[in-house]
Design a protein around this ligand. Sequence first.
Ligand code: MF3
Ligand code: CO
Length: 257
Amino acid sequence: MAIILKSASQIEKMRNAGAHVAEILQILAAAVKPGIATEELDQMAEAELARRGGVSCFKNYVIQPGVPPYPGVICASVNDEIVHGIPGKRILKEGDIISLDFGASFNGWVGDSGLTVPVGKISPKSQHLIDVTYKAREVGIAQAVPGNYLQDIGRAVQEYVEANGCSVVRHYTGHGVGRTMHEDPLVPNYVAKDMANLVLKAGMVLAIEPMVNAGKAGTRVLSDHWTVVTADKSWSAYFEHTVAITETGPQILTLPR
Ligand code: MF3
Ligand code: CO
């Protein structure tokens, strides 16, 4: 498959989609508090998305034949859940951390973003994990410039995360974004020797999304076929932005207006 480059006017359309996604995530993050169920966050996202005229990229997403389609419009992954946590009856409690992931299209263009938020007061160790992951996304985005190798993104993320005592998930990666949520290329958060390397070009739009574990990098999928957890039960954080590579540097498209 080929990488689809975006024109400046297409990038503006993606920025519009990205702004909606970011603003909805902001609403969800502000609603996170002890006592709320993750399905309430999903319902808020679905209502706000409908009000704004967007279409969920997650709801009914088919990951593999035989696996039930994804039931939510957000992923809500708590504590040792890394990504793809299904929203449900689980009640958040003080000290938890929750990763919220949200992707939607507006006028045919997708924004994909996510973040990890504390539930009430959290431990210094959890805060460290969140801070390291947030910064890891920043150092990754800084490498998203024309002429760099794709691997420069993963290398920067991996080096930063490991220097700060955490580990980077290998089994899931970022991806190209455009008219659909998943385009080429895969965007690993580590130096992936087995993956084709390529030179970044202006017009590429990438979802950069480090998933960082406080313990080891290993993952496991729960019997619901979706929820990805850490193999060692350590906690995990995640931050994602949709980023356009331009001649003047990286532009984050998933920012609130
Ligand atoms: N941000 C995730 C991704 O990049 C979201 C996928 S969730 C799914 O793949 F439900 F759509 F699968
Ligand atoms: Co994504």
